[in-house]
Design a protein around this ligand. Structure first.
Ligand code: SF4
Ligand code: SF4
Length: 428
């Protein structure tokens, strides 16, 4: 499965932008569903005083992770919030007191073996920081006697245009990244780690190579700059040459894939006990006069970030949480930042709209050539239009990672990736 991917303009204009904290917002809105899996139950009530790092939501479900307050202040309201998935979850609105008092429970965890390591990572509220939001403790909860893991793949590809938040983690906190990698290797008894970075981040590659020069079992892999190099199956293949099949987890092939900011966070959590309450974000797009990288408390409204990056709400025609290929459109400037956000992009009318109409498929095959999973998007589109669920399964629809490459290359402007999302709903 040689991977070529597609070429995109990188637009990494913020690669040299040092991360800066934004002024503390007056209120934050913290969602009880910020990760893959079950939403959390509320642990606070209106009127309660809360502190930074205090647990305010948790769930008994296996597939979940707790949620903590990012600020100190008072719970003002609890409201329903409509998620992009169409589901509704509870949201806690906290008025900040400006003191950022840290909760007494924030203490470095006691970790001595794999079980206590996994428990600590669960308590940290960590979920995949690359955007997918898979609870990290579940990835790490492997029976290594039965299913040994020999390769830790650190995903620092950051192949989406514009986003540089992972790149800044590598440049600003390389020691945390390496410490996080070594902790995961130690507790899961993993022999080798591969820190995978696209070639378009030469400074990050240089720093990581220098920092790992004396570490024989950590390799810095410099990857082709092509999209979607950072997709889990793709980066695992690029690092190890192993193919992760349909329905398989990387652990079935002896691999764990972690996002680079996740590795850095694990190191900081083990040292300080401060759970996941803040997030580094790239603010970019032609509607922002001052593109930058910022550190923000989870729950900050997007409107605060628009103001910070000198954007005028009236001039924004498209607002995205995430990159232009896989990001979600936001319909509301009051939308809160979640643990899995890594960028807010804002575009004016000039860049926001694709005005070219859809025309008939010319059978050029570009969508097939572009697909990293070797799917046939044009056939999937036909099967969806015929509502043929059996054919959709036969064409391996579930392997589609919604990377958008097929849509991007189609000269006839077919929204193939979107069709695949609808088709998945159909076969469900
Ligand atoms: S079919 Fe899915 S995986 Fe293949 S290019 Fe399109 S969106 Fe990406
Ligand atoms: S890229 Fe577009 S025009 Fe070409 S085969 Fe695929 S759907 Fe048809």
């Amino acid at each position: 499965m040689p991977f070529w991917g597609i070429k995109l303009d990188h637009h990494k204009t913020t690669a040299d932008s040092q991360t800066v904290p934004i002024p503390l917002p007056k209120t934050v809105k913290i969602l009880m569903s910020q990760h893959m899996g079950a939403p959390c139950d509320l642990l606070v009530n209106v009127g309660d005083e809360v502190k930074v790092g205090q647990k305010i939501g948790d769930s008994a479900a296996f597939m979940s992770t707790p949620i903590h307050s990012s600020v100190s202040g008072t719970v003002k309201t609890v409201e329903d919030y409509l998620l992009a998935s169409g589901k509704v979850c509870k949201a806690v609105v906290i008025e900040t007191d400006g003191n950022q008092t840290v909760c007494e429970t924030v203490q470095p965890p006691q970790v001595s073996d794999l079980a206590s390591f996994v428990k600590a990572v669960k308590e940290s509220g960590c979920c995949g920081l690359g955007g997918a939001g898979f609870p990290t403790h579940i990835k790490l909860n492997v029976d290594i006697k039965d299913k040994p893991i020999d390769s830790l793949v650190i995903n620092a590809a950051e192949c989406e245009p514009y986003i540089t938040s992972d790149c800044r983690e590598l440049i600003e906190r390389p020691d945390d990244v390496i410490d996080g990698v070594e902790k995961v290797m130690k507790y899961l008894e993993i022999e080798n780690a591969y820190i995978c970075i696209e070639k378009n981040k030469p400074q990050a590659i240089k720093i990581m190579k220098q920092k790992t020069a004396d570490k024989k079992n950590i390799t810095v892999v410099s990857l082709r700059s092509s999209y979607p190099q950072g997709a889990e199956k793709v980066v695992a293949y690029s690092a190890t040459g192993r193919i992760i099949g349909e329905g398989e987890l990387p652990s079935a092939k002896g691999i764990i894939v972690l996002n680079v900011s996740t590795a850095g966070f694990i190191s900081r959590y083990l040292k300080t006990g401060m759970p996941l309450v803040e997030k580094r974000l790239t603010l970019d797009g032609d509607a922002f006069r001052t593109p930058c990288n910022v550190m923000v408390p989870v729950g900050t409204a997007v409107s605060e970030l628009v103001t910070f990056a000198d954007g005028a709400q009236s001039g924004i025609a498209k607002l995205l949480a995430g990159g232009p290929m896989m990001g979600m459109c936001l319909y509301d400037f009051s939308a809160p930042i979640t643990k899995t956000n890594n960028a807010i992009l804002a575009f004016t009318e000039k860049l926001a709209k694709n005005k070219e109409p859809k025309t008939a498929c010319i059978h050029c095959g570009r969508c097939v050539a572009a697909c990293p999973m070797k799917l046939m998007p044009t056939e999937l589109e036909k099967a969806y239009e015929a509502k043929d669920a059996d054919m959709l399964r036969k064409l391996k629809l579930n392997l589609c990672m919604n990377c958008g490459s097929c849509t991007y290359v189609c000269p006839a402007k077919h929204n193939l990736a979107e069709v695949n999302q609808l088709a998945k709903a159909l076969i469900r």
